[in-house]
Design a protein around this ligand. Structure first.
Ligand SMILES: Nc1ncnc2c1ncn2[C@@H]1O[C@H](COP(=O)(O)OP(=O)(O)OP(=O)(O)O)[C@@H](O)[C@H]1O
Ligand SMILES: [Mg+2]
Length: 368
């Protein structure tokens, strides 16, 4: 059985669809069988992000209303050798068709044939969000380093935690502009993770090529030397249990010197390849495994925070880690984790204990 993860954000336009498409591609490149599902009825952007908009015959609405089997509606991406599929949304359908029950049924059918099902969620906290979460085993929360995005994400964290999903929410900070972050003009990674208090799955730099490739119906994730693609690929590797250090936020170029994805990725042994970590960033606490469809020897690892990461020192997070420990499968061999730097200028330093700042003080940089 596969694992279904909803990609959500609260605020619109932070990169949910881009993340769903590129993370799906990155997981497919790692030999996982992935289905990305567009649950943003009406807007329907995921097909364009994948360059598949001209191949749509049936949609998820046709499946729900019995006009098509799920296999008829699925579109195989031609560049991924049968590893990446899209279940498209309908553009003109009544949104009420997509009930929580219907999403659950579709996802449950997909889980039989895919390792990962990534659910692209509409913005907001309305019915569309509720329905998407209903079908998910876990959540990936995408935010930008902007006050309003983080503030909306905070609301989503509360809603997600109330659902008690099997895998607690994991954070991706998308569209990081290093120059702004290093000048203190945006919240830095530590401030965001400290505020949201959920484990960091990874960071993705803001990069023109993301937009340029999307406009050509291509996926930036296939370009191994692109900084944003590296972010997506690193996240995929962490999801499969590798420990991959956080990309550098200080170097002059966007290319990280300490986070080069080894090619060819396809030949790596996922279960045993957590060899590129540094001692400073690796301190696994817990793992949880999900059944695999195509690769029973490699488990999806539940990513956890290190003891050195301020975000997980909160009592509620510690309890969650303990809960996850209890669920740890004996087959799990490794746990991946990403440490947030204490400041934008350091990536592997041991962070000092978090300062007691209010949310607004952290946002605006005032100290007590
Ligand atoms: N890392 C990135 N670098 C540069 N541009 C990006 C990046 N991530 C996303 N974008 C761009 O940001 C815009 C919004 O992205 P996207 O459509 O994925 O957001 P969304 O959260 O799905 O939006 P919505 O809430 O409307 O569904 C797009 O133009 C996309 O190309
Ligand atoms: Mg979208």
């Amino acid at each position: 059985m596969g694992t279904a993860l909803v990609v959500t954000s609260g605020k619109g336009g932070v990169g949910k669809t881009t993340t769903t498409a590129n993370l799906g591609a990155a997981l497919a490149l790692l030999h996982k069988k992935v289905c990305v599902v567009d649950l943003d009825l009406g807007l329907r952007n995921l097909d364009s992000a994948l360059g598949l908009q001209n191949r749509i015959i049936y949609t998820i609405v046709d499946v729900i209303q019995g006009r098509a089997d799920i296999e008829q509606a699925l579109i195989a991406h031609p560049d991924f050798d049968g590893q990446l599929y899209l279940l498209p949304a309908a553009q003109n359908a009544d949104k009420n068709v997509l009930t929580a029950q219907a999403v659950k049924q579709v996802v449950s059918a997909l889980k039989k044939n895919f390792d990962f099902i990534l659910l692209d969620c509409p913005a907001g906290i309305e019915t569309g969000f509720e329905n998407a979460v209903a079908g998910a085993d876990g959540a990936i929360l995408v935010t930008n380093p902007e006050n309003v995005a983080v503030s909306d994400a905070d609301r989503i964290v509360g809603l997600l935690e109330a659902r008690h999903l099997e895998f607690g929410p994991r954070l991706i900070i998308n569209r990081i502009r290093k120059n702004l972050m290093n000048k203190g003009l945006t919240m830095n990674v530590a401030q965001i993770t400290d505020h949201l208090a959920i484990p960091l799955l990874g960071i993705v730099f803001d990069d023109d090529e993301v937009i340029a490739t999307a406009n050509q119906g291509k996926l930036v994730a296939v370009n191994a030397d692109n900084p944003a693609a590296q972010g997506y690929r690193n996240i995929a590797r962490r999801m499969l249990g590798e420990t991959v250090p956080l990309m550098s936020l200080t170097d002059e170029t966007n290319l990280a010197t300490d986070e080069v994805v080894t090619e060819p990725i396809k030949n790596k042994s996922l279960a045993n390849s957590a060899t590129d970590q540094t001692q400073d960033v690796v301190d696994p606490i817990a793992s949880a495994a999900a059944d695999k469809v195509s690769e029973p020897t490699t488990e999806m690892k539940e990513l956890t925070q290190t003891a050195k990461q301020p975000a997980v020192k909160e009592a509620s997070k510690t309890k969650k880690s303990a809960d996850l420990s209890a669920k740890t499968d004996t087959n799990v061999k490794a746990t991946a984790t990403e440490s947030a730097p204490k400041t934008a200028a350091t990536t592997v330093e041991k962070p000092t204990p978090p300062k007691k700042l209010s949310f607004w003080q952290r946002l605006f940089g005032r100290r007590q």
